[in-house]
Design a protein around this ligand. Structure first.
Ligand code: ATP
Ligand code: TZP
Ligand code: MG
Ligand code: MG
Length: 268
C-alpha cells in the first residue's frame, strides 16, 4: 500500500467527517471524543437500549469497547451491533481486558459470535483470549507472552474471518491472507490511558470512508503512529501530560508530507 493511498484516505476522513458511534468505557470517553474531533471525524457516544439501534444505523462506523463492561452495556452492544449489521455499518471491536476475568472473556467471545464484526483490535493477550489461545494478561495491559504475534493475528483472522490488528511496539494488520506491519508509534503512548481505545475509534473513522478494510486500517495506524512520533518530538522531555495534549494537536495537523516522510510500513 502506497503512502499516497494513505494520504488520500486521511483526506477523505477530514472531508467527509464520518459519524462514529462509540459504546466505550468510562475511562476514555472524553479523550476518544476529542481525538476523533481532532482527526476530523464526528464522535457520538450513545448507550441506551432505547436509542442505540437508531444511532448505529445512521453512523459511518460502530465501535464496541468492553473496558468497563456492565450487563446493560452488553445488551446495548448487541442491539447496536445487530442494527449496524442490518444496515451495512462496519463494526470495530476492542476486547479490552479479554482474559483478565471470565466476564470479559465470555462477553468478548459472545460479541464475535453473535455479531458480524469487521475489525478486531487489541493487544496480543486480548486477541489470544478472544479465540481461546494460551497467553498471559494482567488487568487491561498486555501480559508478558512471547508468542509470535504475526501468527496469532493470522490465526485469529482466519478463524473469525475478519480483519485483525494486534498492536504493540509494531502493529500487525491481517485479513488472514495479506499481512502488513506498521512500525510507527512511540513508547510514550503506553503512558497515557486510552491510546489503544482511541486508536480503535480512529480505525472506525477510516473504515467509515474506505471499504477496503485492510487499506483503511493501515492508513489509520500509520496516521496515528506518525502523529504520536511528531507529538513526542515536540514535547521533548516534558512527559505524558503534555504528550496527551500535543497528540490531540498533531492528530488535527498531521499532513500528507509527514506521512510521506515518516510512514513506515512493511508488507509481508
Ligand atoms: P495495552 O493495554 O497492551 O497497552 P492498548 O489497547 O493500549 O494495549 P497498544 O498496544 O498500547 O494498545 O497500542 C496503542 C498505540 O500505541 C498503537 O498505535 C501502538 O502502535 C502504540 N504503541 C504501543 N506500545 C508501543 C511501543 N512500545 N512503541 C511504540 N508504539 C507503541
Ligand atoms: N480500565 C478499564 S478500561 C481502561 C482502564 C485503565 C482504559 C484502557 O485503555 P487502553 O487504550 O487499552 O490503554
Ligand atoms: Mg497501550
Ligand atoms: Mg486497550
Amino acid at each position: 500500500m502506497s503512502n499516497e493511498q494513505i494520504e488520500s484516505t486521511l483526506e477523505k476522513v477530514r472531508q467527509q467527517n464520518p459519524l462514529v458511534h462509540n459504546i466505550t468505557n468510562v475511562v476514555v470517553t472524553n479523550f476518544t471524543a476529542n481525538g476523533l474531533l481532532a482527526l476530523g471525524a464526528s464522535p457520538v457516544m450513545a448507550y441506551a437500549r432505547e436509542e442505540v439501534a437508531d444511532m448505529a444505523k445512521i453512523a459511518g462506523a460502530l465501535v464496541l469497547n468492553i473496558g468497563t463492561l456492565t450487563q446493560a452495556e452488553i445488551e446495548a452492544m448487541l442491539i447496536a451491533g445487530k442494527s449496524a449489521n442490518e444496515h451495512g455499518v462496519p463494526i470495530i471491536f476492542d476486547p479490552v481486558g479479554a482474559g483478565a476475568t471470565p466476564f470479559r472473556t465470555k462477553t468478548a467471545r459472545r460479541i464475535v459470535e453473535e455479531l458480524s464484526i469487521s475489525i478486531l483490535r487489541g493487544n496480543a493477550a486480548e486477541i489470544a483470549n478472544v479465540i481461546g489461545e494460551e497467553w498471559t494478561i494482567k488487568g487491561v495491559d498486555a501480559g508478558e507472552g512471547t508468542g509470535n504475534t504475526i501468527e496469532l493475528a493470522q490465526t485469529a483472522a482466519r478463524k473469525l474471518n475478519i480483519t485483525v490488528i494486534i498492536t504493540g511496539k509494531d502493529d500487525v494488520v491481517t485479513d488472514g491472507q495479506n499481512t502488513y506491519i506498521v512500525h510507527n508509534g512511540h513508547s510514550i503512548l503506553t503512558k497515557v490511558t486510552g491510546t489503544g481505545c482511541l486508536l480503535s475509534s480512529v480505525i472506525g473513522a477510516f473504515a467509515a470512508v474506505e471499504k477496503d478494510l485492510l487499506h483503511a486500517t493501515v492508513a489509520a495506524l500509520t496516521t496515528y503512529g506518525v502523529a504520536a512520533e511528531i507529538a513526542a518530538n515536540q514535547i521533548e522531555e516534558a512527559g505524558p501530560g503534555s504528550f496527551q495534549i500535543e497528540f490531540l494537536n498533531q492528530l488535527s495537523k498531521v499532513s500528507s508530507e509527514d506521512i510521506r516522510e515518516l510512514g513506515k510500513i512493511t508488507q509481508l
